[in-house]
Ligand binder design. Structure first.
Ligand code: ARG
Length: 468
């Protein structure tokens, strides 16, 4: 028993070179528990179709369970002669229960519908794991946001909000942090949508491409494996891999979203920004420069995003113009998406730990928030409330900035006389908006950075992520 699933029509065995190219056990071995679950469901379907005696059925299930236990204890290994996980498990099953019984299991199924089905089950499992890890990161962000809302007597932490990386308008730190949580909530929503689509479409029963002739029950197997329905088209069932590409897209999008937060953390912990400090346990040193404390987790997050994008584009390139139905090219769908899974499952916990332990220098942020003329919009909008047309107000606020540059001061340091000289409309009452706190408080529409709105947003974030 060499574990070969084919050979009847071949006079000689495969060349070693072919074997070496064809072999996939070094990466598909992680599918063992899923393959065994599929085989259990298939044995049950054979029994229901009366193609297995009760005794043979029981013996097959016993053999499959025994393989499951050996896998769990780390003892089950592929042999060099095994082509893939499916062939290896059949060989091992034959060793376990003998050829007379073990040789009955393959009836009515092909590796083509088998792999398409169990790969879906595998990815659905990991979509759940990854979704939970993303929600943990959302949680950590929400906790940091809440800690800086200033409900304990101090005012909320205010920081310079930026566009084009330039000072734009002051915002609450909590607001800026939660801006990174919302895309992650949508990513988890994407995983949930993806899961419902995949669940509706169990390829089992598609056979090699044309369906099966043995009176098996694809819907029963689908239900046993946690699907809500079976494929409507057996060619599609065996050839489709959009479920893999879509999974890889969501993985890449999560990587991209995390990388955008990573980039901000990298900036915040520079000496020049000085907005935050990394915890010792979540940062690294330098082998030569003793003073260094590096944001390696954030940098790895930034780097891994590129790798996740590569996995998606590689996969799409494999699928492009590939004729239906199964082609061996499709075996190339596994490694990239296994890599995406592994990458996120190791990255997300580290990233969450880094975010949870970031210590913000709220004094420095507050000090910088009104600088760089970030209150100029507030001057213009205050003028609008005094019935000045916005175009004029914009010009006047711009003139204030120009005057500040001449004097080398900030907007709130202009004297009453300076203001009056620019326009009689600029009365000293404008000073009420010339603080970062006044500015943020005024942005009180839905989604704005006013403390009351940000507190509501925090509650909304917590309840939205609890629903997922
Ligand atoms: N191991 C293959 C894969 O991952 C499934 C085997 C199908 N092979 C075949 N010759 N039809 O896609």
């Amino acid at each position: 028993n060499t574990g070969k699933l084919w050979g009847g029509r071949f006079a000689g065995g495969p060349s070693p070179e072919l074997d070496a190219l064809s072999r996939s056990t070094h990466f598909d071995w992680r599918l063992v528990p899923y393959d065994l679950a599929g085989s259990r469901a298939h044995a049950n379907a054979l029994r229901r179709a009366d193609l297995l005696s009760q005794a043979h059925h029981a013996e097959l299930l016993r053999g499959l369970d025994a393989l499951g236990e050996r896998f769990a204890s780390g003892e089950l290994r592929p042999a060099p002669s095994d082509e893939d996980v499916h062939g290896a498990l059949e060989r091992l099953l034959l060793e376990e229960v003998g050829a007379e019984v073990g040789g009955r299991l393959r009836a009515g199924r092909s590796r083509n519908d088998q792999i398409a089905t169990l790969f879906k089950v595998f990815l659905r499992d990991h979509a759940r794991t990854i979704g939970n890890l993303v929600l943990e990161l959302v949680d950590v962000i929400a906790v940091q946001a809440e800690a800086h809302l200033g409900t304990g007597g101090t005012g909320p932490a205010i920081m310079p909000g930026r566009t084009h990386l330039q000072h734009a308008q002051p915002v609450l730190l909590s607001h800026a942090l939660m801006a990174h949580a919302w895309p992650l909530v949508r990513d988890v929503g994407r995983l949930v949508d993806w899961d419902a689509r995949v669940a509706a479409d169990s390829p089992y029963g598609s056979g090699a491409l044309a369906g099966q002739s043995l009176g098996l029950d694809p819907e029963g197997v689908a239900a046993e494996l946690g699907f809500t329905g079976a494929s409507a088209n057996s060619i599609d069932g065996t050839a489709a891999r959009d479920f893999v590409a879509e999974f890889a897209f969501v993985a890449a999008q999560i990587g991209v979203d995390v990388s955008r937060m990573a980039e901000e953390v990298i900036l915040w912990v520079t000496h020049e920004f000085g907005f935050a400090r990394l915890h010792d346990s979540w940062s690294t040193g330098s082998s030569i420069m003793p003073q260094k404390k590096n944001p390696d987790i954030a940098e790895l997050a930034r780097g891994k995003a590129g790798r996740l994008i590569g996995n998606l584009t590689g996969l799409l390139a494999t699928l492009k113009a590939l004729p239906l139905a199964y082609n061996r090219d499709l075996q190339e769908d596994k490694e990239p998406v296994f890599d995406s899974v592994d990458t996120l499952e190791v990255l997300l916990p580290a990233f969450s730990g880094m975010v949870a332990t970031l210590a913000f220098d709220v004094e420095r942020m507050a000090d910088l928030a009104p600088r760089g003329f970030s209150l100029a919009t507030d001057v213009a909008e205050w003028l609008v409330r005094q019935d000045v047309p916005f175009r004029v107000a914009h010009e006047l606020a711009g003139a204030c900035v120009r005057r500040c540059e001449e004097l080398g001061c900030e907007l709130d340091e202009l004297s009453d006389e300076d203001l009056r000289n620019l326009s009689p409309a600029l009365t000293p009452a404008v000073r009420e908006v010339l603080t970062a706190a006044g500015s943020t408080a005024s942005r009180s529409g839905r989604g704005g950075t006013a403390p009351a709105r940000v507190r509501e947003q925090h509650a909304e974030l917590v309840s939205r992520s609890a629903e997922l």
